[in-house]
Design a protein around this ligand. Structure first.
Ligand code: PEP
Length: 247
């Protein structure tokens, strides 16, 4: 079983999202796989409720505020996302951390809000190129995980996505060995915190320039339980091909 998730970022508004859902057709994807798409918030409702919706696709929100409601112009809350059909929430995506300046403290509060609303958090962690080159990979991804562990451990379910910042949207992909090494570090921490059995229920996905041509190789790497795909998930055929390639 693998998880194949598509992060649409700021693409596919309601009309394009409806077209995606009409043509994605996941019948060729092995049924053991779990498929999730993360549309922009304005498309959540059409994706989750479209009559043409592929019943195998689950839906998540890309970002939430940590409060449930209030005077936060432009923000959306976890309960609102759930009401619009989301069952998953991305938290700590590198673009949130590095473009919008989200701190580890913010991600902790967002994980807490997601869990409170019954959403499944997908915590994203990953190092910059400079952090990797200075030998700080393990320190950075463990710091990001540790900041949220107390909130994650009370969730009924959660996922982790290891996404090296230097590989997101750049065409640069971690090698399968790079992905396995980082995933093993995260897995060891999860085992310490949750025990071997508790940790085994937490998929660790790899993300960073995954495409139809490299998905199978990455997916076959040790400790890689799925993929989080940005750019290549926008085209229904490419998303389907990635999911099918990981059988
Ligand atoms: C992402 O947005 O999570 C991502 C991995 O993007 P891309 O596949 O485009 O690198």
């Amino acid at each position: 079983m693998a998880v194949i998730a598509g992060n649409w970022k700021m693409h596919l508004g309601p009309s394009d999202a409806t077209d995606f859902m009409k043509s994605v057709d996941t019948a060729s994807v092995p049924t053991v796989h779990e498929l999730i798409v993360f549309p922009p918030a304005v498309s959540l409702h059409v994706v989750s409720s479209s009559a043409a919706r592929d019943p195998r696709l689950q839906v998540g929100v890309q970002n939430i505020h940590w409060e449930d409601s209030g005077a936060f112009t432009g923000e959306i809350s976890a309960p609102m996302a759930a009401d619009a059909g989301a069952t998953f929430a991305l938290v700590g995506h590198s673009e949130r951390r590095h473009v919008f300046g989200e701190s580890d403290g913010d991600t902790r509060l967002k994980v807490k809000a997601a869990v409170r609303a019954g959403l499944v958090p997908v915590l994203c962690v990953g190092e910059t190129l400079q952090e990797r080159q200075s030998g700080r990979l393990d320190e950075v991804i463990l710091r990001q995980l540790d900041a949220t562990l107390d909130e994650l451990r009370v969730a009924e379910r959660f996922l982790i996505a290891y996404e090296p910042v230097w590989a997101i949207g750049t065409g640069e992909t971690a090698t399968p060995a790079d992905a396995s090494d980082a995933h093993a570090v995260l897995r060891a921490r999860l085992e310490d915190a949750l025990g071997v059995a508790g940790s085994a229920t937490v998929p660790i996905l790899y993300g960073g320039s995954v495409k139809p041509g490299n998905a199978a190789e990455l997916m076959s790497a040790a400790d890689v339980d799925g993929v989080l795909v940005g750019g290549a998930s926008l085209d229904p055929a490419s998303f389907r091909e990635i999911a099918a390639a990981t059988g």
